[in-house]
Ligand binder design. Structure first.
Ligand code: ACO
Length: 429
């Protein structure tokens, strides 16, 4: 709380509301008593000016293009840390020492297998099902397999559920992929690091040995790190809203997966690559820029724009560099999709429409190029995002459950429907 107060004048009445300060970032006006004092609600669809919770996990300064996990800048973490270390940081608040990291790594590795019965669950899906449809179903179904970690009032069970989620998501995702291509499921290997194990489960087959390329594994680990958390984005807010009713963690994460699937959110990486391919060649870019600017055309430049970043998405900068590195490593020179992406970025950033609206490439603009080069089909892109974001979702969920001020999320509305009226019998309508 600060000494500052916000004054709201309605007619001849003035109402005062306390102003709260966080450690960094904008102050907030505490309007919890607004309805009691004025009989009015606030109106803020899309939560453009509303802080729905307080949190100590992730901070974004959209104007500066800054992203901090527990205070550490994303560029430092992506250069120096591993994804598992970042998971520890997000979950517990501090970077682990060597022993803590080794112990955490071991615990996560020991939880990577899924209940054997879950294998049969996959077989109920059509082979051509979108893997995100499978993810939504299977993650929700975890509550049916892990009864001993669904009691949210037990902190030990919350802890086990968190580890299970982080450890099993790659296995569940790889199984969704294997199922869609008609190959046998591949069991996890505890001797491999998180990213290498995931690549092994996706790309190895029983018929021959598969060696994980360490540079590819590093790029995969980096993609996971860059997507690990992003404060109160749509899917995280969905997880929090689901969790606010005391639903079990598996149900809450399934809700997050479902929300992430949308093309305005996690589905954008798939949409961005499809768009770059549709553009195809640099000479067609002006046509697509014109469409993006035309208000009568629903087309948007996918991978461009962000609700919070009004500057470069710091993750996009790292992603662009990694895209070039991965393509070089794989000996892919003159990749047409990368060429279109780079030219499109340049043209868009010089165009007044994009400058005025502060539209910059976001994390999804380049990630698809890397994932395709690694060998993933576009339908898997959002799945990979969901694997990475699981730690963010579960950390935010744990923070919320541990918050003594937790309340069920229950927004109000501005009602525009019919006022009360009498029922009309069917023969009189
Ligand atoms: N292409 C063209 N114009 C755009 C784009 C775009 N990608 N994004 C925003 N605009 C325009 C809007 O039409 C609007 O113009 P106007 O002021 O003339 O009406 C203005 O910029 C502001 O845009 P809003 O839609 O109000 O911004 P909002 O914060 O609601 O949306 C969003 C952000 C959803 C990310 C939007 O920029 C978008 O749809 N981008 C493409 C999809 C995408 O890449 N999503 C990934 C986001 S990152 C993530 O989830 C990991």
């Amino acid at each position: 709380m600060t000494d500052k107060v916000a004054k709201l004048v309605i007619g001849d009445q003035t109402h005062e509301f306390p102003v709260m300060s966080g450690s960094v970032g904008p102050d907030v006006i505490d309007i919890r008593t607004l309805y009691a004092k004025t009989g009015m609600f606030t109106y803020d669809p899309g939560f453009t000016s509303t802080a729905a919770c307080d949190s100590a996990i992730t901070y974004i300064d959209g104007d500066k293009g800054e992203l901090l996990y527990r205070g550490y800048p994303i560029d430092q973490l992506s250069e120096k840390s591993s994804y598992v270390e970042v998971c520890y940081l997000l979950l517990y608040g501090e970077l682990p020492n060597k022993t803590q990291l080794a112990e955490f790594d071991k615990v996560v590795s020991r939880h990577t297998m899924v209940h054997e019965q879950m294998h049969y669950f996959y077989r109920g899906f059509r082979r051509d099902a979108h893997p995100m449809a499978i993810m939504t179903g299977v993650v929700g179904a975890m509550a049916a397999f892990y009864h001993d970690s669904t009691d949210i009032s037990d902190s030990r069970q919350r802890e086990i559920a968190s580890i299970r989620m982080i450890a099993k998501m790659p296995t569940i995702a790889a199984m969704a992929y294997k199922y869609s291509v008609g190959q046998p499921f591949v069991y996890p290997r505890n001797d491999l690091d998180y990213a290498s194990n995931f690549l092994h489960m996706c790309f190895s087959v029983p018929a021959e040995e598969y060696k994980v390329n360490p540079t590819i594994a590093k790029a995969m680990d980096l993609i996971f790190t860059l997507h690990a958390d992003h404060e109160q984005n749509a899917s995280t807010s969905t997880v929090r809203l689901a969790g606010s009713s005391d639903a079990n963690p598996f149900a809450c994460i399934a809700a997050g997966v479902a929300c992430l699937w949308g093309p305005a959110h996690g589905g954008a990486n798939e949409a961005a690559l499809n768009m770059l391919k549709e553009i195809g060649t640099v000479d067609r870019i002006p046509e697509f820029i014109a469409r993006a600017k035309d208000k009568s055309d629903p087309f948007k430049l996918m991978g461009f724009g962000h609700r919070v970043y009004k500057n470069f998405d710091p993750r996009a900068t790292v992603m662009q560099k990694t895209a070039k590195e991965v393509l070089d490593l794989l000996g892919v020179h003159d990749n047409p999709t990368l060429q279109v992406a780079q030219a499109l970025e340049k043209i868009a950033l010089e165009d007044p429409y994009f400058i005025e609206r502060k539209l910059y490439p976001n994390v999804d603009f380049y990630s698809g190029i890397i994932l395709e080069a690694i060998g993933f089909p576009t339908s898997m892109f959002t799945v990979l995002f969901s694997v990475a974001r699981t730690v963010g979702w579960i950390s935010q969920w744990k923070e919320m459950i541990g918050d003594p001020q937790k309340k069920i999320g229950r927004p109000r509305q501005l009602y525009n429907g019919a006022p009360a009226r009498d029922y009309i019998p069917v023969d009189k309508r």
